[in-house]
Design a protein around this ligand. Structure first.
Ligand SMILES: [Zn+2]
Length: 318
């Protein structure tokens, strides 16, 4: 199989992953598997158990993997142990779905951009996590993912604070390098995306959990009383999809918005007048299709949500 990437120095960023061939959306750039797996309950605080666990797992690595591990980014924790500094900087932890924090040696080399050209499949599939292109990447270009998470976006100032506090770097990606009117427009879109996402999070209980885990991020208070109406849920999801498409984003961030559009519309079909059911189903079909197209490559095909979505989509085609 053709090797599609190479690891080499990235100016100002330490090491980075670069495309060795032209990459298309949905192309798998590399496969990786978790080399360390730490139970999540020892993640919190300054638990001495955590250090013991991390050191034990490090000692169990092969010599080659130890070498790779020790080259990884050390972040800004200032922990006296280098092994811990690296662990705190590069481990993935996602308690709402995963039961462990994991360390991937290759994926940890991928740098951040606020307009990423790739994304990871589920990092908690320990045997096989993929780095997948979401846009065209030319041979020689660097491959980027977003470290933000969907809920954390907002204007450049907010993002810069997030990276400084959480990761200890200044983002100089193409979006953060915009100036004048282009920057104003980008900031407006991302602020709108963020605010709507926070409102939508009321119906999506995993988001606040993730927010609480990221240093430097406080969840903005939901100042608007009451839950969103079904119509608002569709409208908000649709606007978030459109503003992020206008930002040049692609991949699951957009797919999730269209999925929410389709699911929330589906929830309303029973109450609709017969005259508007047919056009509604056509729209729903289109949104499910857009969602599958953007999420399908990233999510594992055995994923229950994805299977349910494909089933709905097939039904709505009839
Ligand atoms: Zn940036």
């Amino acid at each position: 199989m053709t090797v599609r990437y190479e690891v080499k120095p990235s100016p100002g960023k330490g090491m980075g992953v670069f495309a060795k061939v032209n990459i298309k959306p949905d192309d798998i750039i590399l496969h990786d598997q978790a080399r360390m797996k730490i139970p999540v309950h020892v993640y919190y605080g300054d638990d001495p158990q955590l250090m013991e666990q991390v050191h034990t797992h490090f000692e169990a690595l092969s010599q080659a993997h130890k070498q790779e591990y020790l080259q990884l980014y050390q972040g800004r924790s200032g922990h006296p142990s280098k092994i811990m500094r690296i662990y705190l900087a590069v481990s993935f932890h996602d308690p709402p779905r995963g039961t462990h924090a994991v360390v991937h040696l290759k994926l940890s080399l991928v740098n951040h951009s606020c307009r990423p050209n790739a994304e990871f499949s589920d990092v908690h599939n320990e045997q096989d996590t993929k780095l997948i292109g979401v846009r065209k990447i030319k041979k020689g270009e660097e491959v980027f993912v977003s470290y933000c998470g969907y809920h954390m976006n907002g204007d450049r100032a907010r993002r810069q604070k997030f990276f400084k506090d959480g990761f200890g770097f200044e983002c100089k990606c193409e979006t953060c390098s915009l100036t004048g009117y282009a920057l104003m427009l980008s900031d407006a879109r991302r602020t709108l995306y963020r605010e709507l996402s926070i409102r939508r999070a009321g119906a999506s209980p995993t988001l606040p959990e993730i927010c609480n885990l990221i240093p430097g991020i406080k969840r903005a208070p939901n100042t608007v009383p009451g839950a969103l109406t079904d119509h608002q849920k569709v409208a908000y999801a649709f606007i978030t999809a459109k503003v992020m498409e206008a930002e040049g984003m692609s991949g699951a961030i957009i797919g999730d918005c269209y999925l929410a559009c389709a699911q929330n519309l589906l929830a309303q079909v029973n109450d609709m007048a017969p005259l508007i059911v047919l056009p509604t189903i056509k729209l729903m079909h289109e949104w499910f299709g857009l969602s599958i197209k953007r999420i399908g490559a990233v999510r594992n095909s055995s994923n229950d949500d994805l299977q349910a979505m494909i089933e709905f989509w097939s039904l709505s085609r009839r």
